[in-house]
Design a protein around this ligand. Structure first.
Ligand SMILES: Cc1ncc(COP(=O)(O)O)c(C=O)c1O
Length: 454
């Protein structure tokens, strides 16, 4: 039996108190966790306990051992991967939604969360300039958004040829040609592999120096074919030329899917929307909310022009699964039971509004340009055109660059990751957090330059 003496209210307050302290500390603590803190994680490694303990003690253990060994990726100087923080309203909504513990499967299981998803659907298609009737699913991240969109594509293309892929699978089905750029994100390949379309049977199209697909290199296509394009290369931030590619696709009735894990958000920002030109002409789109919308992990979004294709590939029917007349969240996602991700997305959009979101995106892009200028002034090579929030920098030879990246990570002022770009080691800087200020950029720039000189 769990002790009856604890107060739920006191427990929640204690969780909030510890969380607030953690968030305050984020501004000054080392971004990478200290080695000793990571070593202390062995304190968790107990034999499976026999007896219950008080929830407050569980919380205390988790905070005492766990918090110090986290990466301060929710803080203002984390520039690794493409990582948003948690907007205040989104984090607070996450706490409340945790207390609600809703299953966002059906309207009948959670009217509030089903309703909020529909509101978010409407807001998001308007923000991105996508068809107002598009089907939208709230999934774990861009990987699953890519998966869900490509499942809808598979359904639509094979359905046109009289093949019901959900019923009969792919054995004996007409083969689908899949086109990707040479710089395709690995998550698209993973999605293709999960769908039985294969990672390696894709046709890879040559790209330019920024990683953009060359439309003239796309081979002649016949039905059925899918062209996977990218809005925001994970290294350079570059966009495939969507308008030209969609026009090519139209001549062969091919499906165009856009992986816009972070780049799609450019469409919500008047100063960046030119990058997304042509994107609304595609058939499906994938993005992340846990990147540039700055909601807590995990949160991705899939959009499909014709909602029926997404529904047909995602719905499951059983007598006890009673669907109503309103939009049913689980008809658009691979999962049946799921947490209510729409709540945080709603809170983020409600708190920022169009202008606040555009300002967040533009501010991050301005900071990326400041990083690029500062590093160039210090004599280092910036390898990409900084069109968005991504900066790729070389500190000389590949070996030297890797050494500098390791030093920056160890120093802890900020955190940047390494990558390979067109045969050379490079450091990636991704500015994606609402919490980052001009002062954080200057502090990080100074630290990077100091460590690169040393
Ligand atoms: C272009 C692109 N696509 C897909 C993904 C995968 O996103 P997630 O890890 O949220 O599934 C990423 C992640 O950085 C990305 O940059």
């Amino acid at each position: 039996m769990i002790e009856e003496t604890f107060s739920m209210g006191d427990l929640i307050k204690e969780a909030a108190r510890r969380s607030a302290r953690y968030i305050d500390d984020l501004k000054e603590r080392s971004v990478a966790p200290p080695t000793e803190a990571v070593e202390r994680l062995t304190g968790f490694d107990l034999p499976l306990p026999e007896e219950p303990i008080a929830p407050i003690k569980v919380l205390q253990e988790l905070d005492d051992l766990g918090s110090a060994a986290t990466v301060a990726s929710a803080g203002p100087r984390y520039f690794g991967f493409v990582t948003g923080g948690s907007l205040p309203a989104a984090l607070a909504a996450n706490y409340l939604a945790g207390a609600w513990d809703q299953n966002a499967v059906f309207h009948v299981a959670s009217p509030t969360t089903a309703f909020l998803e529909e509101v978010c659907r409407r807001w998001l298609v308007a923000l991105f300039g996508l068809p107002p009737e598009a089907g939208v699913g709230f999934v774990t991240g861009a990987t699953m958004a890519n998966f869900s969109a490509l499942a809808a594509a598979r359904h639509a293309l094979l359905g046109r040829l009289g093949w019901d892929v959900e019923t009969h699978g792919l054995f004996g089905a007409p083969p689908i040609t899949v086109i990707v750029g040479a710089e395709v994100h690995v998550s698209v390949l993973k999605a293709l592999s999960l769908l039985g379309l294969g990672r390696e049977r894709v046709v890879r199209v040559a790209v330019d120096g920024q990683g953009r697909m060359r439309p003239e290199a796309i081979p002649a296509l016949s039905e059925p074919a899918i062209i996977c394009i990218q809005a925001g290369n994970v290294n350079t931030g570059a966009f495939d030329p969507a308008g030209e590619i969609c026009a090519i696709a139209q001549t062969s009735n091919s499906w165009v899917h856009v992986d816009g894990a972070f780049g799609l958000w450019a469409a919500a920002c008047p100063d960046r929307v030119h990058l997304a030109a042509g994107i609304p002409a595609a058939h499906s789109w994938a993005t992340d909310a846990h990147k540039w919308l700055n909601v807590p992990y995990d949160s991705g979004i899939v959009f499909v022009r014709d909602p029926q294709h997404l529904q047909a590939s995602m719905s499951s029917r059983a007598a006890y699964l009673i669907a109503g007349d309103t939009r049913e969240p689980s008809h658009y996602t691979p999962e049946l039971s799921r947490r209510a991700r729409g709540v945080e997305i709603w809170a983020a959009l409600r708190s920022l509004g169009r202008f606040g979101l555009a300002d967040l995106i533009e501010r991050n892009c301005r900071y990326a340009r400041r990083f690029a200028a500062g590093l160039q002034d210090a004599g280092y090579d910036v390898l990409n055109e900084v069109v968005l929030n991504q900066v790729l920098v070389s500190f000389g030879s590949s070996e030297r660059t890797r050494q500098v990246v390791a030093r920056i990570q160890e120093d802890g002022t900020c955190w940047c990751g390494g990558t390979e770009w067109q045969g050379h080691a490079a450091m990636r800087i991704s500015v994606s957090s609402w919490a980052t200020t001009e002062d954080d950029i200057e502090r990080s720039l100074q630290a990077i330059i100091r460590l690169a000189l040393g």
